[in-house]
Ligand binder design. Structure first.
Ligand code: NAD
Length: 383
């Protein structure tokens, strides 16, 4: 009676209902695609939204039945009935808005990348510690079911010593527009936009090692001239409030990263590249086994964190033979899982699977990639 079956150890978190009241700052694409519906699904009450474009905020408030709309996010932060906020604004606004939110005593989920540079990220981490509030960065790929399952296998010791990772996040055609392609507003191109996901989930799989040095190269070969663009165009471009003409970031990058565990990682990322199809991949080599996560995204699956194949391939030896093992999984909406987790952490019901420190470490890698590409040499990473 009452005995627990170890087979029930959950992969997919159970549906929970939360009492947490939240606010959403920035009501553009990711708020509409992920945060607002995910809070609703988790049972949280979105008390207020804020956006400088009032018509957009009002439209989103109506769509998601949110009672209060502000054009100045500071008015939202003054509300004592809001315990936590999502920060879903362009990257250059992450640091100032997160610092204000923490000073107002809110828990914060800030979209990736954490900030524009390492100094900003460290200031945000320190502010969260001072305020005694949770600060998480939107690394939703950690909730991909293939990542969750592979991590369980790695933690169970099935891979031995992980010493190499070949990773990538590549789109054949798919550069976003508006602020995304303006360095002063985004901080960079596909490295900070999509490459960051492959970097973060692979580092997580590898047990969160620290970066030691980076060699990188960035290129801009297409800019805003590629055909079939604009899948992730910013809300302002979509609504005709600005054009997408400025493009002063990279559209391709490759990097070689050395970690303190001895792990070597190669990253390739692109918004535009003459390849067969969009791909998110992480090929890991360990002393006992290797694994391949390789998502061949059709355009319609983009952002859902799954693949058409829905299978992790593991390469190992069993009973004196080389063996291939296929681990099946079902794709899920990773943002929903991330936001449910954020709420559960606030409520003390789950230990965080990511911290402000993970955002800081990632920011150090991003900074080093651009520094190495600029200086055309290997650079040491210090955090
Ligand atoms: N995790 C993911 O998969 C994922 C996917 C897409 C975007 N993102 C991240 O989400 C963030 C937002 O991206 P997006 O695609 O939604 O961009 P977007 O341009 O569609 O939306 C940004 C919104 O912020 C609003 N805004 C700007 N300044 C503001 C201010 N001072 N106060 C309040 N609102 C303000 C804009 O008016 C706009 O509505 C970025 O950091 C991006 O990197 C993450």
């Amino acid at each position: 009676m009452g005995s627990e079956c170890p087979r029930d150890a959950g992969i997919a978190p159970a549906r929970i209902l939360t009492k947490t009241n939240v606010g959403v700052i920035g009501t553009g694409l990711i708020a509409d695609f992920a945060h607002l519906p995910a809070y609703r699904e988790a049972g949280a009450t979105v008390v207020a939204v804020a956006d400088v474009v009032e018509s957009r905020a009002t439209r989103m408030a109506k769509k998601y039945e949110v009672a209060h709309v502000y054009t100045d996010y500071r008015r939202l932060l003054e509300r004592e009935d809001i315990e936590a906020v999502s920060v879903c604004v362009p990257n250059y606004l992450h640091a100032p808005i997160v610092l204000d939110a923490l000073a107002a005593g809110k828990h914060v989920l800030v979209e990736k990348p954490m900030a524009m540079n390492l100094a900003e990220a460290k200031a945000m981490e320190a502010a969260a510690e001072r305020a005694g509030r949770i600060l998480m960065v939107g690394f939703n790929s950690r909730f991909r079911p293939d990542v969750v399952k592979l991590r369980r296998l790695i933690e169970a010791g099935k891979f031995g010593d992980l010493y190499f990772a070949e990773i990538g996040y590549i789109r054949r055609r798919g550069y976003p527009s508006g602020w995304f392609t303006v360095k002063a507003e985004s901080g960079g191109g596909p490295v900070v936009d999509i490459g960051i996901h492959a970097l973060d989930f692979t580092r997580y799989l590898a047990g969160s090692p620290l970066p030691v040095s980076v060699v990188a190269s960035t290129q801009t070969k297409f800019g805003a001239c590629a055909v079939e663009d604009g899948t992730w165009e910013s809300s302002d471009v979509r609504e005709g409030l600005r054009d997408g003409k400025i493009f002063d970031v990279e559209d391709f990058a490759t990097a070689w990263i050395r970690f303190d565990t001895g792990l070597a990682m190669t990253l390739t990322t692109a918004w535009t590249a003459n390849v067969a199809r969009d791909r998110v991949y992480s090929n890991l080599l360990g002393s006992l086994a290797g694994a391949s996560i390789d998502s061949y995204h059709s355009i319609h699956k983009r952002g859902r964190g799954g693949s058409d194949a829905e299978q992790i391939d593991v390469f190992t030896e069993e009973a004196g033979m080389v063996c291939d093992i296929a681990v099946p999984y079902r794709s899920i909406a990773t943002h929903n899982a991330e936001i449910r987790h954020f709420l559960r952490v606030i409520e003390g019901a789950e230990a965080p699977v990511m911290s402000a420190r993970d955002g800081v470490v990632m920011q150090a890698i991003l900074d080093a990639i651009y520094q190495s590409a600029d200086q055309q040499r290997e650079v040491a990473v210090s955090i």
